[in-house]
Design a protein around this ligand. Structure first.
Ligand code: NAD
Ligand code: 2YH
Length: 262
């Protein structure tokens, strides 16, 4: 399980603004607009309590503060508890939190205590990155390349399938790829050694590896929607092909979680 680092979260507000501009260029809406439209929800006055969690690898410097900044960016009133763990949870509820945000090494959740809705970061991230790419204004293509079909990638690929896209999928784990091919009905496609070479105008990537998208599959002005850290494509290729890159380490997925539990 890849953990975020404080370096990933540096200048989170700037990263969010850049991501918002990219999402606007791709979809015509900002991140908030896509979430609102997709989930059919709007925040009103929900207070968000952010609880630091010490278990496993412990507290990630700036994780809770980044969530506080992200919640504020999307118009939510939020606070970080002084205490971590169970004491922090108690503190959050006692101080009027309606939505709890907290993460250990495996699970990052949002729980709305009023309506009972609960969200997990991985599917919420996969789905919103797929939703953004599926709205790409500059293409009519219904073909998508999905690379990485794990806990973020599988729900993303499934989302494209549910929206009627033809999904070409790849995962380095052969067994997982075979299982996903049969459960989702996607077409297996190894971007590095393809049986039939092809270029894509929509690419979705969710792996913990760099440079997973080779030049041969990139079409001019394609959108690459990638929650995967580090980046799936080099800066050179990004520039050479005028790629619209949707990539941000925490905020888009968190917005998706928050809007999904309203
Ligand atoms: P996971 O381990 O469940 O899935 C990753 C998948 O990528 C695995 O199935 C693995 O076999 C596959 N893979 C690895 N190298 C590959 C390669 N070179 N080519 C093709 N497939 C490859 O992990 P996950 O929880 O799905 O997370 C995926 C990535 O997304 C991680 O980098 C994680 O940190 C990141 N993430 C980002 C956000 C965000 O908000 N940006 C949120 C959640 C997770
Ligand atoms: O980054 C993570 C894990 N990869 C799970 C999230 C799923 N994408 N967890 C964050 C841990 C935060 C820490 N416990 C804290 O500071 O509270």
């Amino acid at each position: 399980m890849a953990l975020l680092t404080p370096e990933d979260l540096e200048n989170i507000n700037k990263q969010l603004q850049a991501a918002d501009s990219a999402v606007r260029r791709v979809t015509g809406l900002d991140i908030k607009g896509v979430c609102k439209d997709f989930y059919g929800t709007t925040p009103c006055c929900e207070k968000v309590g952010i609880v630091p969690v010490t278990s496993g690898n412990g507290i990630i410097g700036s994780f809770s503060e980044s969530l506080h900044a992200i919640a504020g960016y999307f118009g939510f009133d939020s606070f970080v508890t002084d205490m971590p763990d169970v004491s922090g949870y108690y503190e959050a509820v006692r101080n009027g939190a309606q939505i709890i945000l907290m993460a250990d090494d495996n699970t990052f959740l949002a729980h709305n205590l009023k309506n009972g809705k609960i969200a997990n970061n991985q599917p919420c991230t996969g789905i919103i990155y797929a939703e953004i790419a599926s709205r790409y204004l500059k293409t009519d293509s219904k073909d998508v390349l999905a690379v990485g079909l794990g806990k973020v990638g599988f729900p993303g690929a499934a989302h494209f399938v549910n929206k009627g896209f033809r999904v070409y999928g790849y995962d380095a784990d052969r067994e997982l790829l075979d299982k996903t091919v049969s459960s989702l009905g996607i077409i297996p496609f190894d971007p590095v050694n393809p049986d039939n070479p092809g270029k894509f105008s929509i690419i979705f990537e969710a792996t913990p590896c760099a440079d997973t998208i080779p030049e041969s599959v990139i079409s001019e002005n394609c959108v690459i929607s990638t929650p995967g850290i580090p980046c799936a494509i080099s800066k050179e290729l990004q520039r050479k092909y005028g790629v619209e890159l949707i990539m941000e380490p925490l905020g888009i997925g968190t917005a998706s979680m928050l809007y999904s539990v309203l």
